[in-house]
Design a protein around this ligand. Structure first.
Ligand code: SF4
Length: 206
């Protein structure tokens, strides 16, 4: 059984898959406390559902893309069985994780979107280093940037650890850093990353 906050459909808003219709499964619980968190309602509570019950809710939407998110979904061990079941049912599966817990058991077919925590989040240094070796082509590292110091930290990571096959995403923390300023910095440095904004927030949808 998994503790589930919500299952809903929206446009994917924060990855290379942004703009695509997607079903989100938001699991309860998170081991971090980022100072800009906009999903603190997912820290606890939720409904206990079996993998089969979750699959039947997902199926109703008829959308082939599914994201398992939180909170921090890997905090619940059964999230692995959930992802296996989704893959087996033919869905393209994304996992949004904060990178602090091991991704070793995540099924090979799942795209891992790692929300790498920079210092401005208040949870800098939480990335589990062992995860770096486990990253595969197509996985995404998302840097959510609060200020210039965060930008420089993310840039250092990209320059020293970025590699072909990894998708690197930079986005501003909403209402903290002006998107146009971040865009300017990326262009000045000709940094090979993808700029993005939280599409669902611009649209004012979930
Ligand atoms: S990891 Fe995500 S859910 Fe957890 S506190 Fe940070 S932003 Fe919120």
């Amino acid at each position: 059984m998994l503790q589930v906050i919500e299952v809903f459909a929206s446009l994917q808003g924060e990855s290379s898959y942004a703009g695509l219709p997607c079903v989100f499964i938001r699991l309860s619980g998170c081991n971090l406390r980022c100072n800009y968190c906009d999903t603190d309602y997912a820290f606890e509570g939720g409904e206990w559902l079996s993998v089969e019950q979750i699959l039947s809710q997902v199926k109703k939407y008829g959308i082939p893309l599914v994201e398992v998110t939180g909170g921090e979904p890997l905090q619940q061990k059964e999230s692995i069985q959930l992802m296996q079941a989704l893959v087996k049912s033919g869905y393209q599966v994304l996992l949004e994780t904060n990178g602090s817990l091991s991704i070793a058991d995540v099924p090979a077919e799942v795209i891992r979107i790692i929300d790498y925590k920079l210092r401005g989040s208040g949870e800098g240094g939480s990335f589990a280093e062992a995860n770096y070796q486990l990253l595969r082509d197509g996985d995404e590292i998302k840097f959510v940037i609060s200020d210039r110091a965060d930008y420089l930290e993310a840039k250092r990571w990209v320059e020293s650890r970025g590699r072909e096959g990894l998708r690197l995403l930079f986005s501003p923390v909403s209402k903290r850093l002006k998107p146009e300023l971040l865009a300017e910095w990326i262009l000045e440095d000709a940094l090979a990353v993808r700029f993005q904004i939280q599409l669902h927030k611009v649209l004012g949808i979930a």
